[in-house]
Design a protein around this ligand. Sequence first.
Ligand code: SD4
Length: 345
Amino acid sequence: MGINRRHFINLTSLSVAGFSIKGFANNAKPNKTNKPIVISTWDAGLNANKGAWAVLSTGGAALDAVEKGVMVTEDEKNCCVGLGANPDRDGFVTLDASIMDHEFNCGSVGFLERIKHPISVARKVMEKTPHVMLVGEGAQQFALSQGFTLESGELSDDAKKEYLNWLKKSTYKPIINIERKQSTTQLDAKFQAPTKLSNGEWNHDTIGMVALDAHGNLSGSCTTSGAGFKLRGRLGDSPIIGAGLYVDNEVGAVVATGQGEDVIRVAGASAVVEQMRQGKSPQEACKFVVERIRRIKKEKANDIQVCFIALNKNGEHGSYALHKGFNYAVHSNDGASLVEAPFIY
Ligand code: SD4
């Protein structure tokens, strides 16, 4: 099925106070490098981008920008990326994060408990150890050795309620676009996220961000509580370099969101970068890999969401999603905007 043109027209005409909602991403300024620029997943990216922009607009490095940017979301009180998120099925919040710079340096943490800023622990793994990835108890011990504080491990009030509710049936079923802030655009009833927003406006569990700085360097970050009510010990794509996040400074930077298992299956972010290397635009490259996932999943693609956002060396950006309803935030010298991603279904 092709892109839904009617949907395009509807979305291009929407605007919300303070920023604009654009239609499908056109790759801006093809002949001139559009820098600095930062893009990040979902509506929550608008706030996160502000944190990144404070770094980028003053000549700072993309690496610092993508760390500072997603820390804004990890810090948000009513946010589900960090320790306030829904727990695994045993009742524990476990966090995954990854970061990558313009020189193939990368670091990640998985299954990390009771630490507030997993993205910063991932950066420490990158900078202070000979390794790329630390998980579980070892990751927590490493964080403590680096001066991070052990938080209480208590579930937030919202998460407690959600968990008690979930225990009644105890079935694990991914929900398409659960991350979406409600009400900025009209979604199909079928894909409308359920109302979890008892205590705040964000409903997301992941933020991914990629940036190009004024020096022409790319970096990326991703931080998540993963899928709510997952099996204990489950890792998604977000901490896996090449799946949830990949940066090649000669080509571009890509981050994924959605059903992590299906992003891992195709080494998603790396696959999108390789398509850009072959000459595809960011949007075409994202589309190519989303379509591969649809072919692999066959009719099961109806039940999952997968989305990529991509930024190339020229500051051109694009995205593609399996299902309608994914958006991403952009911040550049042109201001802040939300872009509706094109989709298959
Ligand atoms: C995961 N990809 O753990 C993450 C979830 C996600 O928006 O992106 N949610 O599978």
